[in-house]
Ligand binder design. Sequence first.
Ligand code: FMN
Length: 373
Amino acid sequence: MAYPGASIADRAEMHNRNRLKLGLFAANCSSGRAATKVPERWSGEWDDNLALARMADDAGFDFMLPIARWKGYRGATNFHGSVLEPTIYACGLLAQTRAITVFSTIHAPMFHPVVTAKQFATADLIGHGRLAMNVVCGWNQDEFDMFGLANRAHDERYAYAREWLRVIRMLWQEREEFSFDGDFIKLAGLISDPKPYGGTRPLIMNAGASPAGQDFALENSDILFNLLLTPEQGRTAVAAARARAAELGRQNIKIFTSGYYVCRPTRPEAIDYHHYYVEENGDQEAYEHLLDLAFPSPQARAHHGAAALRQRHIGGNGSYPMIGSPDDIARELQMISEIGYDGMAASFVNYLDELPYFRDEVLPRLERLGLRG
Ligand SMILES: Cc1cc2nc3c(=O)[nH]c(=O)nc-3n(C[C@H](O)[C@H](O)[C@H](O)COP(=O)(O)O)c2cc1C
């Protein structure tokens, strides 16, 4: 049987020719990426996600990227208190969409590789080669506590994930039983069937930000996500990642980043809405708890300005803000493509309410700029 479009190269292009890939980020979580109390904040419920994924698929969006989070950030809204499990979420969406790539995000330390290999092969078959894997090592000890696990020392998390991923890739590939004898993982009599779709495998992505995390991503994944703070910093980060990728013989790796949109007919309207949901209605307690988890030491926060840190974390969970008219947003995305990013995963306060305007006004502008279509 022939499997059209299942090669890794096709998968990495998400089966289309869009130069800048666009995806929706964290729609499986209550409040998405905005730690805000506004009543229109995102529900994160299944029916809303299904309607959103179908709309995004029809509009030509390239991917959906769910978050794996096991516990809310407290506060008035218990930000991320409700999170649909990403692999089951991906299966549901893949079964009911046509072209869009759907990620599942998976914590390497919490899932046995034999279970993960089979779950991902099954989901990939459901999606005819449209599943992708976001490997995360975890960073919140409160989540590890729920599993009765201690988080490993930072760099060791990635050493473990290397072995974990190697076992999974072998399970996807090997036709005969095999053993694995690593520093962390020792298993025998390993076999898994069915294999992923088309004799290849799901795309793999990782968003390691530390040197150990970035090296893991560059060596083991098809897509590296890296943080965009300013155009200058982004340009430098992309150049450094591409240089390191070249040293490792991984020139074809894609580099994506994450952000959030507030798109309104005029820039003042967009700025007003951002002020309303961030400054007037931010969930301060959830924000402070999130900061305590993400930046346990005051030194770690010190190089971010307090106002900017708050704005980004309440506005879009720390990602790059794109606030303005359709022309402004199109220009931002053009800049992001020009500094070398291949893709953008982004959120809205209410994805379903806001996507139609973005689809009708921003996507045609991106086509005219040669970034899409
Ligand atoms: C786009 C993106 C998606 C991420 N998704 C998750 C997630 O769902 N769950 C999680 O625990 N961490 C997630 N992370 C965190 C990263 O996997 C990583 O731990 C973080 O960027 C810190 O890097 P480091 O582990 O190298 O220190 C995500 C990060 C980014 C930028």
